[in-house]
Design a protein around this ligand. Structure first.
Ligand SMILES: Cc1cc2nc3c(=O)[nH]c(=O)nc-3n(C[C@H](O)[C@H](O)[C@H](O)COP(=O)(O)OP(=O)(O)OC[C@H]3O[C@@H](n4cnc5c(N)ncnc54)[C@H](O)[C@@H]3O)c2cc1C
Ligand SMILES: *[C@@H]1O[C@H](CO)[C@@H](O)[C@H](O)[C@H]1NC(C)=O
Ligand SMILES: *[C@@H]1O[C@H](CO)[C@@H](O)[C@H](O)[C@H]1NC(C)=O
Length: 642
């Protein structure tokens, strides 16, 4: 009965919500500060410190802040109003750095209706950008779905929406000019303001489009916009049986296509979404349900259900709840309304500025935390890991089929992704930005439970999610989203960018002393150190790969479990329903030989035994030259013959 509560509560929404806290907190005035992200936790759960925070209100003030810090050889980082990035991008090293907040750099600088351009300061949020453009009857064609992000932050990490059309879905690819404030030499007065554009300085411009904040502080950005248009949106839920093929072609067919995959349910929600002329009738509004304010009390109930599912390994409840959440969200069309209030049926047609992005929980009526954004760290709400990477379109089919093979091994395993609405999948294209996407790809967004107070407690089906993460990052060379991953996704990441050296040259020119660089940026840029943190239980939080039992949680029954890989590599030979091939495939046997049957037998659960034919597995082991001893145990199965 209890899980119904969460569903019923979801129907209640509020017009107001307590706005998110400031990510920067200081002991006295603007000095002796700490900084965190909007979730209140970095991947390693540390707290970052800084000597002070500055709040420039104009470019002139920003220039003097950067000059003063450069003169004093202090480290600096730009921080935004909400600080949405998960990794430790915002931190300066040690305690002596300076945070430069763009909170009050939030003005429109210039509009040019003829040229269809809009110039804004870097602290302007996506929401403001969309609204200001709409006042000129113009639109940003593609953008992230959450409008709390700032212009500087989106460019800092290469944020995107979903499209293969035009120049693709990354916001930075619609920028024509960037004003960057960087450290300068003594003769320059310790600061230099550069105006970057494609025609004047293409190398520097392409470095600044996705800069990770290491080139200086972006002061202003000019966007190239399009005439306002409408969109026509329909969600369709279908079986995922042909998803591998569909995922490759659907994005060519629909301009704003995306997917929500429910792998354990075997379903996909297709977003059929296309541009229509402005005079098409319809006043639709996309107010994405999970971004609306939620009752803190209801969030606490859901959280305690999640915690008890984890504590009691209640997989069945997790799956039931996942199905309820998916069908509820689908039934309300994820919060899209035909006329501003109600969803009355498809297609929903509305103007781009009302359909692109949302974030009702940011609306700032203080209500003492009765309602809030679901992940607000001040309440007992959502707390999760995120793993977000883009898999080259050429590998997408194979990757999807690999994930399906995992579901085949353990049908309930990926329910853990469905409780967080499912796997959101969006298209991106290659970008001239040096640290932008390298080729057409599909970006996978995985959100899953994270323990609040015990980083050493294993999650349900942790090994399955890790298998997916490692397969994407290492086998398919996927690019991690710079703003949304755990450490391990960034291991060796810079080698995946063919223009990394060009980027580093620009960084050397803009900030030769590395005042905007930190331990974290040096690690991800491959300059110094390694993102991996090896310690007891490190794999549980994505800080390392579990290569020894102590990296996992040996006392809690979560051991190093590469055995899953074997089961994935041998799907046709062990499936109960399929006729077994005469000999296992070459790839399957290679895995059996390198990983060993001991690991395989250790990972097999009752759930898996429902789909795996254990006798066939015993045959595979023998055929690959690693026979199991008669009478030995494999899962709950006793190898016959002793
Ligand atoms: C609810 C939610 C939804 C999201 N949805 C999407 C989505 O749909 N698509 C997507 O791609 N991403 C999405 N993200 C991730 C997001 O795009 C990135 O984390 C983004 O960087 C956050 O922007 P921010 O303004 O909060 O910047 P921050 O996280 O504060 O900063 C990011 C980086 O940019 C640097 N920076 C910020 N401003 C400047 C500046 N003026 N000059 C120089 N450097 C600067 C910072 O130093 C930091 O290194 C989402 C995040 C959340 C929390
Ligand atoms: C929209 O405008 C175009 C020309 O601009 C016209 O041909 C078309 O009939 C109009 N459609 C509607 C639904 O009014
Ligand atoms: C980082 O360290 C880990 C663990 O020691 C190692 O496996 C990995 O290859 C290293 N990465 C790089 C880029 O050197």
């Amino acid at each position: 009965m209890i899980f119904w509560l969460s569903v019923i509560f979801c129907f209640i929404t509020f017009a107001s919500s307590t706005p998110p806290d400031d990510p920067v907190k200081c002991e006295s005035g603007n000095t002796i500060c700490t900084v965190t992200n909007s979730y209140g936790a970095f991947p390693d759960r540390s707290i970052c410190e800084a000597a002070k925070v500055e709040y420039p209100k104009t470019e002139a003030e920003l220039v003097s802040v950067v000059a003063a810090a450069t003169r004093a050889a202090q480290k600096m980082r730009a921080v935004t109003r909400y600080s949405h990035s998960i990794p430790k991008l915002v931190c300066t090293d040690g305690k002596d750095g300076i945070l430069i907040s763009t909170k009050f750099l939030n003005h429109v600088v210039r509009t040019d209706p003829e040229a269809k351009t809009l110039t804004v300061e870097s602290g302007v949020t996506l929401r403001q950008l969309i609204e200001e453009a709409a006042k000129m009857d113009l639109a940003l064609p593609y953008a992230p779905y959450w409008w709390g992000l700032t212009v500087g932050g989106m460019m800092g990490t290469g944020a995107h929406g979903s499209s293969l059309w035009g120049k693709g879905s990354s916001v930075h690819d619609y920028v024509t000019e960037i004003r960057m404030v960087s450290p300068g030499s003594v003769s320059e007065g310790y600061v230099k303001v550069r105006v970057l554009s494609e025609t004047m300085n293409p190398e520097e411009f392409n470095a600044a489009k996705v800069s990770l904040g290491v080139l200086g502080v972006i002061s202003q950005v000019t966007f190239e916009l399009q005439p306002m248009f409408k969109r026509s949106l329909t969600y369709v839920m279908r079986s995922d049986s042909d998803f591998g093929d569909q995922a490759v072609t659907f994005g060519e067919e629909h301009e704003f296509a995306d997917f929500l995959w429910l792998p354990s349910q075997g379903k996909v929600v297709y977003r059929i979404d296309d541009r229509v002329p402005l005079n098409t009738s319809g006043n639709g509004l996309f107010d994405f349900f999970p971004f609306r304010p939620q009752l803190s009390a209801a969030l606490a109930v859901v959280r305690s259900i999640e915690e008890s599912e984890e504590a009691f390994a209640d997989v069945n409840n997790k799956c039931v709840r996942g199905e309820q959440i998916s069908s509820f969200l689908f039934s309300i069309a994820y919060g899209v309304c035909n006329n501003g209030f109600l969803f009355t049926g498809y297609p929903v047609i509305g103007r781009q500025d009302r359909m692109m992005s949302s974030g009702a929980c940011l609306d700032s009526h203080q209500d003492g935390l009765i309602t809030a954004c679901p992940w607000d760290p001040r309440i007992n709400g959502e707390f999760f890991h995120q793993t977000t990477f883009s898999v080259p379109l050429t590998h997408v089919k194979e990757f999807i089929n690999n994930i399906k093979a995992l579901v085949k091994i353990e049908p309930k395993s990926l329910c853990v992704l469905e409780d967080s609405n499912g796997v959101l999948m969006r298209y991106v294209t290659s970008s001239p930005a040096f640290l932008g996407k390298e080729e057409k790809a599909l970006d996978f967004d995985l959100t899953y439970y994270r323990s609040k107070d015990d980083p050493l407690t294993p999650r349900l089906y942790e090994d399955f999610i890790e298998e997916i993460e490692q397969m994407a990052i290492f086998k398919y060379n996927a690019l991690p989203h710079w703003g949304k991953n755990r450490n391990i996704a960034f291991d060796g990441v810079i080698r995946k960018y063919k223009n990394a050296n060009a980027f580093l040259k620009v960084k050397e020119r803009f900030d030769p002393s590395g005042l905007f660089s930190t331990e974290w940026t040096d690690q991800i840029l491959g300059l110094k150190g390694n993102v991996t943190i090896v310690k007891e239980g490190c794999a549980l939080e994505g800080l390392c790969i579990c290569s020894e039992d102590s990296h996992c949680a040996p006392t809690k029954g979560y051991l190093c479990r590469p055995g899953i890989t074997v089961l994935m590599g041998c799907p046709y030979s062990i499936d109960k329903k399929l006729p077994a091939p005469r000999t296992p495939s070459e790839g399957c046997c290679t895995l059996v030989r390198t990983i060993g049957m001991k690991c395989v037998c250790e990972v097999i659960t009752k759930g898996m035994e429902a789909t795996i034919d254990m006798q066939k597995l015993v045959n595979v082991a023998a055929a690959c030259g690693r026979p199991l001893a008669p009478g030995s145990q494999c899962g709950s199965y006793r190898v016959p013959g002793a």
